[in-house]
Write a protein that binds this ligand. Structure first.
Ligand SMILES: *Cc1c(COP(=O)(O)O)cnc(C)c1O
Length: 365
């Protein structure tokens, strides 16, 4: 028997979460963001649940190619655009839309020989200071692009650095609107946080296309302010394994490396087949929530490469073979949102799902 660990991707939950994005941004078209191998879910499996999106946004041309092989004929957007001039060949060949965020990318386009003009997203740096043209350089970039026969459509785009906070979004939107006031073309601004928080009430923020990622994968972009239940999202990934041994500790005894957990009363622990080499964060401290047979308990001691320990004191019936859910859906309709585990480790749901290790078998369920 292989190690009992497995991850499940719930396509029905992907379908549900995509519908939530649509409902949050009425009238807008939806890019399903599937970068980073669909936030760790696998492009193929994510595609199975997200096919009713209006387009797919990602970074890697290989992932775009995979989507075309799967039969997707609609729009695909490269969120960081081309990394070198010859990427434009593949953009023409695969009919990819791509972001333009610096002048060299315009130079490459101007020199690119193509029979079909391309659709580009011109990115403004409205305050994030990562990618994009500053507002005062944006118009010049737009004019250069609109003069090229290689370009047939320019969408105006920006990205929020703090979509959880209303002041940040308002400030960046003011910058974006001011600098694009008389420019034609469609617009796109919202990630998941802005889609959930502002897209319904604010048509200018909603714009023509929203770009949700993390919300599609059942993680709340503004946790712990709001959890997935608040946003009516469903877990799309479950990490499951089993108890492979039990131990009874007497007061003063420790478990695991470093002896960081010391029993102050008799305690029964379960040793669980999951460790940091599976993508479970080593930084999760004692007390991180874990489900055993669908019932919430806590981790104890340090997470090792292949194992971690859980407290079974309140679960007398739990034993070797008991079902353990590290995050996602467990037995009897139990749920442990990935955000809770991420929070305990001082990180975000994105990192846990993207970090699911290669050695964990994944299936659709
Ligand atoms: C990743 C990304 C998104 C999606 O962000 P989420 O927080 O996962 O919703 C949207 N737009 C751009 C440009 C991105 O890089």
């Amino acid at each position: 028997m292989p190690r009992p660990i497995e991850a499940l991707v719930h396509t029905d939950a992907l379908v549900h979460n995509l519908a939530r994005a649509r409902a949050a941004a009425p009238g807008a078209r939806v890019w399903a963001v599937v970068k980073a191998n669909a936030y760790g879910h696998g492009i193929e499996r994510a595609y199975a649940g997200l096919q009713s999106a209006d387009g797919f946004a990602l970074l890697d041309i290989a992932e775009a190619e995979r989507l075309r092989q799967l039969g997707w004929r609609g729009p695909i957007l490269l969120l960081e655009g081309c990394f070198e001039a010859r990427d434009l060949e593949l953009c023409s060949h695969l009919k990819l839309w791509h972001v333009i965020h610096r002048n060299e990318q315009i130079d490459w386009l101007a020199a690119h020989k193509t029979r079909t003009a391309q659709h580009v997203y011109l990115k403004m740096n409205s305050g994030m200071n990562r990618l994009g043209f500053k507002p005062n350089a944006y118009r010049t970039a737009w004019q250069r692009l609109s003069g090229l026969t290689q370009v047939d459509d320019i969408t105006l785009m920006t990205h929020f650095s703090d979509a959880d906070g209303a002041p940040g979004v308002a400030q960046q939107m003011a910058v974006f609107e001011q600098a694009t006031r008389d420019l034609p073309g469609e617009r796109s601004a919202c990630n998941s946080a802005a889609t959930l928080r502002f897209a319904r009430e604010l048509p200018a923020v909603r714009a023509d296309w929203v770009r949700p990622g993390i919300m599609l994968y059942g993680s709340s972009p503004d946790y712990p302010t709001h959890d997935i239940e608040h946003w009516e999202l469903r877990a799309t990934m479950s990490l499951r394994t089993q108890v492979i041994a039990t131990q009874a500790l007497q007061p003063g005894e420790t478990t695991g490396y470093g002896g960081v957990f010391k029993a102050d009363a008799p305690i029964r622990i379960g040793v669980v087949a999951c460790g940091y080499a599976d993508g479970y964060p080593r930084h999760c401290p004692t007390g991180t929530p874990v489900l055993v047979d669908g019932v919430r308990t806590r981790s104890v001691g340090r997470v090792a490469m292949d194992m971690l320990a859980v407290d079974l004191t309140t679960l007398p019936q739990a034993t070797v073979g008991s079902a353990v859910t590290l995050w996602g859906c467990g037995p009897n309709a139990s749920v442990l949102p990935v955000d809770e585990v991420a929070h305990a480790a001082g990180t975000v749901g994105y990192e846990l799902m993207c970090g699911l290790a290669q050695r964990v078998p994944v299936s659709i369920g």
